[in-house]
Write a protein that binds this ligand. Structure first.
Ligand code: SAH
Length: 407
């Protein structure tokens, strides 16, 4: 008999009588779980713990204040033998067996007709683990499963609850651990994922195999044609009834064209929601050890796109105003135009000794920081072969982080 594994079943005990024999700590642990599923609980024991007595006082539990008699099991569906007396548990087990009532034994599982699994619940899912009568192991397995469900590394798809539509998910600066729990969950529940080059790509390998992955880096080039194609894909898939995740690096609304996608969805009547991401101009300096504000050093930080050089007819940036401020300037998409931007900032009044840090591949295994100054930025970037993606931090906060470089 011992060689067989247990047959798992979910007992629906609501409104059904359950007898717990014993009033000590085992009973105290089991009774609340029984009450939580609606069981009608009777405790049979001459004495009970204060906690159990409280439940009795509150009318939630019936207490038969004496030693066990086999007639106590009449009408019961399930029995827990939880006294600290082996002979008494034996008696309960025998009486249960005779009546064909499943019985858990706290003293000797090999003699029991039922075992209590390690139990946990998450979002409507009950996890119950039986690990060959090793309670620590079953608790550990249960904890792992619950953590996986919470973090989204285990996908519990519930198609019915998940409406079709588009979710814009910000993936953070690159390290998959820096993505939000909500974002991860949405990603794992998606039918279609439309992913950018800078999105944390390691996470894509974890997607279930039936998920359609659209890699934007492989779409035909040309910025506006590409964006139109993305808009078309996300809208079309959502209209097919699918749950679409638009997955980008950082935050979708920070130089991510996210709102164009929102507008495209709205126009097509497709529901669209947003899960923000940790944006790189904030996260990358932080991980590299550079504070973008520091008490007594910078009272503001300005994030500027450097994809167009100063003076470009389409530029919306007032570079002389940026130069005129005294706080931190964080430049994105600026590797190509950095020398022209440095010149514009110096022209606008920033000293050419102003410290600059360039953080390449922030939060990724290849991350590195090049420390420079506005005056020598051009040469240093060439000498250090700086490549995108990079965050360029301009201002005295860089000196705070790298004092020795400037002494
Ligand atoms: N939506 C993104 C930004 C997209 S624009 C966000 O919120 O972070 C692309 C620019 O972001 C790059 O040119 C670079 O300046 C910056 N960037 C994004 N991820 C980066 C990283 N891991 N390291 C350095 N710079 C990064």
């Amino acid at each position: 008999m011992d060689d067989f594994p247990p047959y798992p079943a979910g007992l629906r005990l609501a409104g059904r009588e359950v007898v717990v024999v014993g009033g000590g700590h085992v009973a105290q642990r089991r009774v609340p779980a029984l009450l939580a599923v609606g069981a009608l609980v009777t405790v049979v024991s001459p004495v009970v713990t204060p906690a159990l007595e409280g439940l009795v006082g509150g009318g939630e539990v019936r207490w038969v204040r004496r030693r066990f008699e086999s007639g106590d099991l009449d009408g019961a569906w399930y029995v827990i033998a939880a006294t600290d007396d082996h002979a008494a548990n034996e008696l309960v087990g025998a009486a249960a067996e005779e009546r064909r009532i499943f019985c858990v034994r706290s003293d000797d599982a090999t003699q029991a007709s039922a075992w209590t699994p390690a139990v946990g619940r998450h979002a409507g899912v009950t996890v119950a683990v039986l690990a060959n009568r090793e309670p620590r192991r079953s608790a550990a397995v249960r904890d792992e499963i619950l953590e996986g469900l919470r973090e989204g590394t285990i996908v519990a798809r519930h198609q019915r609850d998940r409406p079709s539509g588009v979710v814009l998910v910000g993936g953070g600066p690159g390290d998959p651990d820096l993505m939000s729990v909500a974002g991860r969950k949405a990603l794992m529940e998606a039918d279609v994922v439309v992913a950018d080059r800078l999105a944390p790509r390691e996470l894509l390998s974890e997607l279930p195999s039936d998920v359609e992955l659209v890699d934007v880096a492989k779409l035909p080039r040309g910025r506006s044609a590409q964006q139109e194609e993305i808009n078309r894909i996300i809208v079309a898939r959502a209209l097919e009834g699918k749950c679409v995740v638009r997955f980008k690096g950082g935050d979708n609304f920070v130089f991510g064209r996210g709102y164009e996608e929102v507008l495209a969805c709205r126009e097509a009547g497709v529901p669209v929601t947003v899960i923000p991401g940790l944006t790189s101009p904030v996260a990358v300096p932080a991980v590299a050890g550079i504070p973008i504000t520091h008490r007594g050093v910078a009272h503001e930080f300005t994030v500027v796109s450097g994809h167009l050089p100063p003076g470009h007819p389409e530029s919306l940036v007032n570079w002389s105003a940026v130069a005129g401020m005294s706080g931190t300037v964080v430049l994105m998409m600026a590797v190509h135009n950095a020398p022209a931007i440095a010149a514009a900032l110096i022209d606008g009044g920033r000293p050419d000794s102003t410290p600059v840090a360039i953080v390449c591949d922030g939060t990724m295994p290849t991350e590195r920081t090049v420390v420079s100054s506005l005056g020598s930025l051009k040469e240093d970037m060439v000498a250090q072969e700086v490549r995108a993606p990079a965050i360029i931090v301009v201002g005295e906060v860089v000196r705070v982080a790298h004092p020795r470089h400037f002494s």
